[in-house]
Design a protein around this ligand. Sequence first.
Ligand code: ATP
Ligand code: MG
Length: 315
Amino acid sequence: MKTVVTAGEIVVEIMATRIGQTFLEPGPLVGPFPSGAPAIFIDQVGRLGQPCGMISSVGADDFGTLNLERLTASGVDVSAVAVHPGAATGSAFVRYAADGSRAFVFNIKDSACGLMAMTGAAEALVDRADHIHVMGSSLFSDGAITVTKAAVQRIKARGGTVSFDPNIRPELLVGAMREALEWVAARCDVFLPSGAELFLFTAAHDENGAVAELLAAGRSAVVLKKGGDGAVLYDARGRTAVPAFRVEEVDPTGAGDCFGAGFVCAWLRGEGPEEALRLASACGALAVTRKGPMEGTRFRSEIDDFIASQTGVAA
Ligand code: ATP
Ligand code: MG
């Protein structure tokens, strides 16, 4: 089986409990929950039974320990997560508006996450990897960009593959990030945008035109995520659209990360478009049924049971 790696932020998430709550006055909060988009992604990859690991850094504190214990229990190799005494693990505070939108206060760049580097352990992990998944939101500092670019180059040089989820949060789109996003976008095999992220790197501003540009430029697969409206895969075989599974949405955070994990694992195993989208959609749907960013990741058997219960098809 192919080994998947990712690099980027490990954080705790602390959530406002009331819809419409602000951070301008005291209010009830819940957390810490293990989080960070690449961490959620790789946790779901591990729970799907795919060999995997993560390059990151955390502080020598409870927030770091909480994440390391969780990832390890899910089957993720954390040997390339550096633990920095004296630095604090990253954090994200999130609140929810009445229209379902989210706003974040991040402490990532100036946390232990900002100390990410290509350590010996990170090089060893990259040299065992067949595939790297890049989250655009993880390209938040020069250190993170350097690590990601080096890992992409080493894995591609050995014939490995790259997937890329822009995962743009407006709060995080600064400085060198734009150039780094373009660098990764030009090298990925699988591109997994959500909504308008499809047009980040294209001249065209309509779906068909943008997809044609991306496939002509060398992308193997473009997977457009549409939340509760489902997902569409474009590749050399054409267009495959699937509706979302019907679930009750409790917390949307992490859906795209889990969907990406399901898709990448299926794609690496050579599964067809329908099967890959079915696994991805099941991971995405299950992700929104639990409160907390990483709480919705599931083990393979639970996902298979869910698919069977929804479709009558044994996975
Ligand atoms: P994120 O907010 O985590 O970055 P995203 O915007 O990248 O997510 P979404 O399109 O929100 O990605 O979700 C990814 C996939 O998860 C969808 O294509 C769909 O298959 C599934 N999904 C998301 N929300 C729901 C929902 N409410 N009900 C069922 N499935 C959902
Ligand atoms: Mg979304």
